[in-house]
Write a protein that binds this ligand. Structure first.
Ligand SMILES: [Zn+2]
Length: 248
């Protein structure tokens, strides 16, 4: 896959980086990323990946824009209230970068359709807001062999982790959360700037992992404390009893 003159011009600040270069930029162009959730995290990740030249973005979200989203979801404007988030976000990505193919999927991702929606991607970025969806995404990614970058933000706390099958996200959270939505921005609140910070970190990790910059981050969880303004990193051990990845 080659880069045209307008692409070389557009991505000049990437290509001059020794860690990226033309090779890394072509890698970004060849990559297909599924973004689950066009909420606070998705609204940071989608422009970063579209701007960076990720060739194909699939944006999966069943919701419509609500007024209470605008505090932390800068892809949407007041006049978008009531419209489908997936469609609005895909339009944003396409307007930002015409070289990106951005496909909206206005469906709720669950156990029954996760593998079908996420198959044929090189990376899944999960910015959904509930454990049932996160676990359905994780189980599908393990089954498909697709790396999963999971990002979440609530109140003043954020977490970002990359999972390559084993350990998986389920090793981290366990079995307790499949049935119901255990966390909820509506009840607990979330600072808008926090989702931007955590989503920005997730975007950087996504791009680094696609291009191959730095150490592989798989199996590490990065935790952000938005009150103390500090990141720390922990390693996640594989759970030998994990029902998803222990047989891998
Ligand atoms: Zn596991």
């Amino acid at each position: 896959m080659t880069l045209s003159d307008p692409e070389l011009d557009r991505y000049a600040r990437h290509i001059v980086l020794p860690q990226v270069g033309g090779f890394g930029q072509r890698r970004l162009k060849e990559t297909k990323v599924a973004v689950v959730g066009a909420g606070g995290i998705g609204c940071a990740v989608i422009p970063a990946l579209a701007g960076a030249g990720v060739g194909t973005l699939t944006i999966i979200d069943s919701d419509t824009v609500e007024l209470s989203n605008l505090q932390r979801q800068p892809l949407f404007r007041e006049r978008d209230v009531g419209y489908a988030k997936a469609e609005m976000a895909a339009q944003f990505a396409h307007r930002l970068n015409g070289f990106v193919s951005a496909k909206p999927v206005q469906q709720r991702l669950g156990l029954e359709n996760a593998q079908q929606l996420l198959g044929d991607h090189n990376l899944v970025v999960d910015g959904s807001d509930n454990f049932a969806t996160r676990l359905a995404v994780s189980d599908a990614c393990v089954g498909l062999g697709v790396p999963l970058l999971s990002a979440a933000a609530i109140q003043f706390q954020g977490q970002v982790g990359l999972f390559r099958s084993k350990p998986c996200y389920r090793c981290f959270v366990g079995e307790a959360f499949d049935a119901e939505d255990c966390d909820n921005c509506a009840e607990l609140g979330v600072l808008g700037a926090l989702t931007a910070a955590v989503g920005g970190f997730a975007s950087l990790l996504a791009i680094n992992s696609i291009v191959g910059v730095g150490e592989d981050q798989a199996g590490k969880l990065h935790l952000f404390d938005g009150e103390r303004l500090s990141w720390r990193t922990i390693s996640i051990p594989a759970d030998p009893g994990c029902r998803t990845c222990s047989s891998m």
